[in-house]
Design a protein. Structure first.
Length: 434
């Protein structure tokens, strides 16, 4: 397949050149925040670092980390690096607890963000011939505005659907011939079901999907690709660093290229803060080197992931991040064992179950319990020979071998688990209520 890029010079720039560009931008950015943001000045002074100490990316490790609590402390204007009169937009995190994080953008910030999303759309095969159907939420959430802006840059016909009203989504998809779908993977799975139920699979023209905002497994990718007849691409980002498009997948579907001309990525040991070498798993940390209004230096994402500089056949040279396996704060400790929802998803889908599941954790008589409700697929429901009891046992055995602890599995009927239009809520941990 012919390779297309949105900004070929940048996307295929030799690695040495990218590093030079990063160094140059980092030095400027550090000076910008030190001069304009009191919060940073204080943090850097406390650590004994002056802007002149940062001469390139090799000095990045000297800077202090920033974490979500810093953002909350500084709410709302404490990290603003440009006068409000130069800002044109805010976006905010979807977090439901504590103070929200508010991110500010100048027009220049929005333009660069849109370009990042345009790169993702072109990497998924998009062009001005495409109809880009955006059903990420619009509003404070960055998903809708980000992909919308990217689609405009590419010159695609953009359908700003936002989330919800699934029947209308499918109707527009068929009537207007949507070719690229942008939403969360869990909503894409739901749309796959809706398309089948409405009997319009042969009327949709989708060829690709750009899915992110939550962790999803390779098994889930297969299911979505089959149900919608598309190639499904991963996209990653976070409000604090701009939104979707911090990184995106290419045709190889093997890790997401980080837009390194805008963001420097590091992997650290989450316990000690030590920077880990390429290839090791740890917490992803980002430094935004082109953001004007809300530039974060060494922001700890809490996402656990691995970076690789292995050559990619797509021709892009920017470093890749593997699929984040979940956030460090998604990790459940059950009877002393670390469990990620993504491990459970892998087992369920490998055993042929539907993507609709929910994990319930509780504590009974001082012992943690793990229960998983998972829907049977419509095919299983229609199959009179389907043995629920045998399947339940098979999944329980699979979970025991994946997790090292036992779980109780409950097969439920089709349609019994609430579908999500945005980020799915997979885990109900009742222990937190105590
Ligand atoms: O979720 C931005 C986004 C919108 C990304 C649309 C992709 C598509 P927040 O609401 O601030 O921003 O949440 C950011 O979501 O730290 C990850 O934990 C998680 N996340 C985002 N993309 C992925 C992904 C948006 N592709 C948080 N895989 C991040 C796994 C993801 N987790």
């Amino acid at each position: 397949m012919e390779q297309r890029y949105y900004q070929p010079d940048i996307e295929t720039m030799p690695v040495e050149k990218i590093k030079e560009l990063q160094s140059e931008r980092l030095v400027k950015q550090v000076k910008h925040v030190y001069d304009n943001v009191e919060y940073y000045r204080r943090k850097m002074d406390e650590k004994g670092v002056k802007p002149e100490d940062i001469r390139g990316i090799e000095d990045l490790h000297k800077l202090p980390f920033l974490c979500k609590d810093d953002l909350r402390d500084a709410y709302p204007y404490g990290l603003l690096a440009k006068p409000l009169s130069e800002c044109v937009r805010i976006q905010s995190t979807s977090g439901t607890t504590g103070r929200r994080v508010v991110a500010f953008y100048t027009q220049h910030d929005i333009d660069l963000w849109d370009e990042c999303c345009a790169r993702a759309i072109v990497a998924a095969g998009g062009s001005n011939e495409d109809v880009v159907h955006v059903c990420y939420g619009y509003g404070l959430f960055t998903g809708g505005p980000g992909l919308n802006g990217g689609s405009h840059k590419v010159g695609s016909l953009t359908l700003p659907m936002s989330s919800g009203n699934t029947e209308r989504q499918v109707q527009f998809m068929t009537d207007l011939g949507s070719t690229i779908l942008c939403c969360t993977p869990s909503y894409a799975a739901f749309l796959g079901e809706a398309v089948a139920q409405m009997g319009v699979r042969d009327q949709i023209k989708l060829k690709a999907g750009i899915f992110g905002a939550e962790a999803w497994t390779e098994e889930m990718r297969q299911q979505i690709q089959e149900s919608l007849g598309i190639k499904a691409y991963d996209i990653y980002g976070l409000t604090e660093i701009s939104g979707p498009g911090v990184s995106f997948e290419c045709c190889e579907q093997n890790g997401m290229h980080i837009n390194e001309d805008h963001f420097i990525a590091e992997i650290i040991n989450p316990e000690t803060g030590e920077v880990l070498p390429e290839g090791e798993k740890g917490e992803l940390v980002f430094t935004s080197i082109t953001k004007e209004a809300f530039p974060l230096l060494r922001y700890r994402t809490r996402d656990l992931c691995v970076l690789t500089r292995e050559k990619c056949s797509c021709g892009r040279t920017h470093i890749r991040m593997k699929k984040p396996m979940g956030r460090s704060d998604d990790m459940m400790i059950i009877r002393g064992v670390n469990v990620f929802p993504s491990q459970i998803e892998t087992v369920l889908l490998n055993k042929g179950m539907s993507v609709n599941y929910q994990i319930m954790v509780d504590r009974v008589n001082n012992t943690d319990t793990l229960d998983i409700n998972v829907e049977v697929t419509p095919e299983q429901a229609a199959d009179s020979g389907f043995d629920r009891e045998a399947k339940t046992k098979e999944i329980e055995a699979g979970l025991r071998s994946m997790l090292g602890i036992g779980a109780k599995v409950h097969l439920t009927d089709v349609g019994t688990i609430v579908r999500s239009e945005g980020k799915a809520v997979r885990v109900i941990d009742k222990r937190k209520l105590y």
